[in-house]
Design a protein around this ligand. Structure first.
Ligand code: FES
Ligand SMILES: [Fe+2]
Length: 414
């Protein structure tokens, strides 16, 4: 990709953000330039809380999962006392990555290079032949901020993490009833989309493209822009009636957007007569996701949290998505299908039936995002306005991105 040579990428980007037109797509470099991508990493991905995985994936002491955040390999581990910890997955000897698998289990974290050995709380326990003066106490694994809420694990690689408490307070009431920490991953799938991470998000935040591109999804997912948009659906009496019903059975449902626009929760009905993203709209899993939520029609609880995750929680399963940026024009998307921890494949659910709609949908989205990237790469590309009717969610995402980045750049350049 030809990046325009710049004296200072941060100042240049700040200038473009300040001059950007409202409710209009971003200029080409935001989606194509490796310099802009590095600024995105430095100012957003290396500073914000990011969704890493689920509590249920690391439920026992020694269970770990790994995640690559830009240049930072990170390992999240359940320690001996049941606490969650995250570390930079980089050995304190000569820097080798310690855990290379996406998931694993270990009593201790042993570096494969020269076998320096760390406890699950990050202390260096053993380092062979380092001499009498070597102080093991100085070479523990470097910690990464880590917390969890409602079954979702979050990490932040910044020295000082943003306050997580507002996120916790917002998410907890919506997610606790669904007991995601008592689920299991029925399937995990990772794909790479040849598109900038913001194009992946823009595509997610509208259903303007759904009718022409998602024949499987639109059997059950309403194309109503109220649902992808950020007006909330308060004016829709059908949605209001559903919210009243679901809230009466202990399921917080109303649309709620954080003050800074970074995250949103809302529960919305699927197309009348359907309860699940299957080809026939009927449940995919015979056992409810949570024992305590047995009502079969609870629509879909939607969460997005920029920049890493969008989610759907249904009565019988949940689908979670994790976005990670790889390069200026490549993005990794990991999808997980969660079911009750005791649900049995082949008995309570058929894996193909459970996953086929979103496998197809992801592939369709991959294709549209890649075509979007190819077109945006063209020097002839010029930003155009978003549809006020259909692309309110895209406008909101881009506004969040631009405001957030402008604020961080202004502070960094002061
Ligand atoms: S780099 Fe890890 S033990 Fe040498
Ligand atoms: Fe899509």
């Amino acid at each position: 990709m030809n990046a325009r040579p710049r004296f200072n990428a941060r100042e240049d980007m700040l200038g473009r953000l300040r001059n950007r037109k409202p409710a209009t797509a971003l200029e080409r470099d935001f989606y194509t330039s490796p310099d802009d991508f590095q600024v995105d990493l430095d100012m957003i991905w290396y500073r914000d809380w990011l969704f890493a995985g689920h509590d249920c994936e690391v439920s026992k002491p020694g269970d770990y999962l790994t995640v690559q955040i830009g240049q930072y390999p990170v390992v999240v581990v359940r320690d001996r006392d049941g606490g969650l910890r995250a570390f930079h997955n980089s050995c304190r000897h000569r820097g080798s990555r310690i855990c290379s698998e996406e998931h694993g289990k270990a009593a201790r974290l042993v570096c494969p290079y020269h076998q320096w050995t760390y406890s699950l709380d990050g202390r260096l326990l053993a380092a062979r032949d380092m001499g009498d003066t070597f102080d093991k106490g100085l070479y523990g694994l470097k910690p990464v901020h880590c917390t969890s809420v409602g079954g979702y694990i979050w990490v932040c690689v910044a020295d000082v993490a943003p306050d997580f408490e507002p996120v916790r307070k917002h998410l907890e009431p919506y997610f606790l009833p669904h007991k995601l920490h008592e689920t299991k991953v029925a399937l995990e799938m990772t794909i790479v989309e040849n598109a900038n991470w913001k194009l992946v998000w823009e595509n997610n935040r509208e259903c303007y493209h759904c009718a022409a591109n998602h024949p499987e999804l639109i059997r059950t997912f309403p194309e109503d822009p109220t649902i992808t948009g950020v007006d909330g659906g308060y004016s829709n009496p059908m949605i209001a009636a559903k919210w009243a019903r679901w809230e009466s059975i202990g399921l917080p449902s109303k649309f709620q957007l954080s003050a800074d626009g970074q995250y949103r929760t809302a529960r919305y009905p699927l197309i009348e007569g359907t309860t699940c993203y299957t080809m026939d709209g009927k449940a995919a899993v015979s056992r409810p996701l949570a024992d305590s939520v047995t009502e079969p029609d609870i629509g879909t609880l939607l969460l997005f949290h920029f920049p890493t995750t969008w989610n759907h929680v249904l009565a019988d399963h949940a689908i979670t998505f994790r976005v990670l940026p790889l390069t200026a024009t490549t993005t990794q998307l990991t999808t997980k299908w969660l079911v009750h921890k005791d649900a049995v494949e082949g008995v309570d659910y058929d894996i193909k039936r459970l996953t086929e709609v979103w496998i197809a949908t992801n592939d369709e989205d991959r294709r549209v995002c890649q075509e979007n990237q190819i077109g945006v790469n063209s020097p002839a590309y010029a930003p155009a306005p978003y549809s006020a009717i259909q692309e309110g969610g895209v406008t909101q995402f881009v506004d969040w991105y631009a405001t957030h980045l402008e604020q961080r750049l202004t502070e960094a350049l002061a």
